[in-house]
Design a protein around this ligand. Structure first.
Ligand code: C5P
Length: 235
């Protein structure tokens, strides 16, 4: 069954923790991205773990293999449950990430899931700044197949691509999908957008939702409604 990940895109720990407490006991995952982590550092991860959330550290590492190895080792030591790198970093960078994950583990610790970002969901046709650029969905599929070959656990992609990626990479290869918008909600800066029901039907494993939950009048109810839609989509 697919799981909801709420993106805590906040400037400070107090705002993020206020939202987390509103969602506590209902939403299984929260995401700490570059805005919050740059402001608050590892302490925010610890606070969220203390509230019993699974934590996805979304820093999209993309650097030379040795640096990414060290970054993923540090993330693993921090106790995060999921971390991501860019697929475009290639095989040696991905292998560095997996090595860093293994180096950071303490005995008995569950290894974090390591995902590769394919193409951002805010990127639409015509947005890739390359001559003869491929179409975003086709590029995402190519990068997913590579990420699978590198031994990574899955990818970050649009739910528009999840079905094709599962068909090529197998059902055990995870698809984490941002760009989720309930039918009645605006897409904001996202381009490759899918409803929660459609994302689940396409085979997505983790649905990342930020503003439709954090910007709602009643965030707990908004999250509940998305999770209900996810469940209903499978019936
Ligand atoms: O508010 P919204 O639901 O658009 O938030 C989506 C979240 O997912 C943001 O935190 C964004 O950084 C993240 N994300 C994304 N596309 C990716 C990877 C992560 O939108 N490919």
């Amino acid at each position: 069954m697919a799981e909801l990940v709420v993106a805590l895109d906040y400037q400070d720990a107090e705002s993020a923790l206020t939202m987390a407490r509103e969602l506590e006991g209902q939403v299984p995952w929260v995401k700490v991205g570059m805005e919050l982590f740059t402001a608050e550092g590892p302490a925010i991860v610890q606070h969220l773990k203390n509230l019993d959330f699974n934590v996805f550290l979304d820093l999209k590492f993309h650097d030379i293999p040795n640096t990414v190895k060290g970054a993923v080792r540090s993330a693993t030591r921090m106790g995060v449950d999921m971390v991501n790198i860019h697929a475009l970093g290639g095989r040696r960078m991905a292998e560095g990430a997996l090595e860093g994950r293994d180096m950071g583990l303490t005995p008995g610790q569950e290894p974090p899931i390591v995902l590769a970002v394919t193409v951002l969901t805010s990127v639409g046709p015509g947005d890739i700044p390359l001559k003869d650029a491929p179409e975003p969905g086709a590029l995402a599929l190519d990068l997913a197949v590579k990420a699978k070959q590198y031994g990574l656990n899955g990818v970050v992609c649009s739910a528009l691509e999840a079905r094709g990626i599962k068909a090529s990479c197998g059902t055990g290869f995870s698809c984490l999908t941002p760009g989720i918008r309930p039918a009645a909600v605006a897409g904001d800066d996202q381009r490759r957008v899918v409803t929660p029901a459609q994302a689940v039907q396409n085979g997505a494993d983790y649905l990342v939702v930020g503003r439709p939950v954090t910007g709602a009048q009643d965030s707990r109810s908004a999250a509940r409604a998305i999770m209900d839609e996810m469940h209903a989509a499978l019936v």
